[in-house]
Design a protein around this ligand. Structure first.
Ligand SMILES: *Cc1c(COP(=O)(O)O)cnc(C)c1O
Length: 414
């Protein structure tokens, strides 16, 4: 495959690997399980350790199977480099561990994946200031920025209420102020949206979700898009300034987060994720079409009090989603009318499975306040706009009619 020709998203993922020879002509990158890598010449071992020539040292810092996946994700995001982690949280945690110091300040969206919210609480207990703002309007982000703000962190479409961040304007603001803009692209995936297009410096993906797509492997990644000038970042140690500035950020993340904290992706998981990623575009086409059909059905039903899906004209950020994303995502949430028991409703569904996780091929459904957002308490839930009856749906690839039927039948019992 020629490096020069511009191929589409799926062709690139399928054939991009073959730009370099794969062992024995294997079509999949083999699963390398060796923890250590031996060198016939001891001087070569030393020069790999000193970063003077490429090569693998020890499995915690990477191996050939992981590198192949890193290249694949990097191509999807059109980045300058990507590092994989054991989980999506491992990737987000790496931002805190590698890039922030006591006294630094972060502006984060208040509409966040629950565990990321909890991670920021941990960072606060370790001396990092975090301001939570409604990031659907750039003015709120701007008002929260201080002289010590190092990072602005947002999700594209927030889980579970589907607020869409003011991605483009926040990108312009961060660029003007020289602040590192980190975007969690999990809900959109690089097929629907590339945060590089709005000046994000780092992109996080929970590979566990739609990119892996089959709910059979955990993984996460950080991609450097090349949009951020690391010379403006005060927290890069001298050690990691040896290479070109474009590589400073990832060099420090690989050493300070992956090597020192050890949240390394397992080679088996990397293989599962790489295979799943081959069909990302096909699956997203199906799940986003299913999600829109289901959102429209729920919005018309008198037993439903509210539906949150960026593809609906009634959604407050529908215009941002329509402008920036190829489709409006696979996640929606809704509230039943007062007095209707969400557990009874869930138990009447035959196809949709009560389970956590997102981006599986199967439709998964969960009562948010009673499960994933239980620990944070009613007050914080209310401040995040999470109603006690909110139900989140991660829409799968089932045949559309079957899926709609399942919800209709369950609603009829209400
Ligand atoms: C699931 C998720 C994560 C965390 O990913 P894990 O692989 O479960 O650790 C982070 N961000 C978002 C938006 C997610 O949905």
């Amino acid at each position: 495959m020629s490096e020069k020709k511009h191929y589409g998203f799926t062709t690139t993922i399928l054939h991009g690997d073959r730009q370099k020879a794969i062992e024995h002509g294997s079509l999949h990158k083999p699963i390398h399980t060796s923890v250590a890598f031996g060198y016939a010449d001891a001087r070569q071992l030393a020069s790999v350790f000193q970063g003077k020539e490429p090569g693998f040292r020890y499995g915690r810092q990477g191996n050939p199977t992981i590198s192949a996946l890193e290249e694949k994700v990097n191509k999807m995001e059109q980045g300058v480099g990507t590092i994989c982690f054991a989980t999506g949280m491992g990737a987000i945690g790496a931002v805190v561990q590698a890039l922030l110091r006591t006294g630094d300040h972060v502006v984060s969206s208040s509409f966040l994946f629950g565990n990321t919210n909890s991670l920021w609480q941990t960072a606060m207990s370790q001396g990092v200031g975090v301001s939570f703002v409604d990031a659907t309007d750039v003015a709120n982000v701007e008002a929260a920025i201080t002289d010590s703000t190092r990072v602005v962190f947002v999700e594209t479409i927030a889980n579970p209420r589907t607020q869409v961040a003011d991605l483009k304007r926040i990108g312009e603001l961060c660029k003007a102020r020289g602040i590192l803009y980190v975007v969690d692209n999990t809900m959109t995936t690089p097929y629907l949206f590339q945060p590089k297009s709005v000046h994000a410096g780092l992109v996080v993906n929970a590979l566990t979700k739609s990119i892996g797509g089959h709910g059979n492997a955990l993984g996460g990644s950080i991609t450097d898009t090349g949009a951020y000038d690391w010379k403006q970042f005060p927290n890069i140690y001298e050690n990691y300034k040896k290479a070109a500035p474009l590589q400073w950020g990832l060099a420090q993340i690989r050493a300070k987060a992956l090597r020192d904290f050890g949240s390394s992706l397992a080679p088996d998981a990397a293989h599962h994720i790489a295979v799943g990623a081959e069909t990302l575009a096909l699956r997203m086409q199906r799940t986003t079409a299913n999600a829109l059909a289901l959102a429209e059905l729920l919005e018309k039903d008198e037993r439903v009090a509210a539906v949150y899906y960026p593809g609906l004209k009634s959604h407050p950020q529908h215009h941002i989603s329509a402008e920036l994303f190829r489709a409006h995502g696979s996640l929606l949430s809704f509230e039943l009318k007062d007095g209707l028991d969400c557990f009874d409703f869930l138990n009447r569904l035959k196809l949709a499975i009560p389970a956590s996780n997102l981006g599986d091929n199967r439709t998964l459904i969960i009562p948010v306040a009673h499960t994933i957002f239980f620990e944070m308490g009613a007050e914080r839930r209310a401040s995040m706009g999470i109603a006690e009856s909110l139900i989140r749906v991660s829409v799968g690839i089932e045949d559309t009619d079957d899926l709609l039927d399942d919800f209709c039948t369950a609603l009829e019992g209400c």
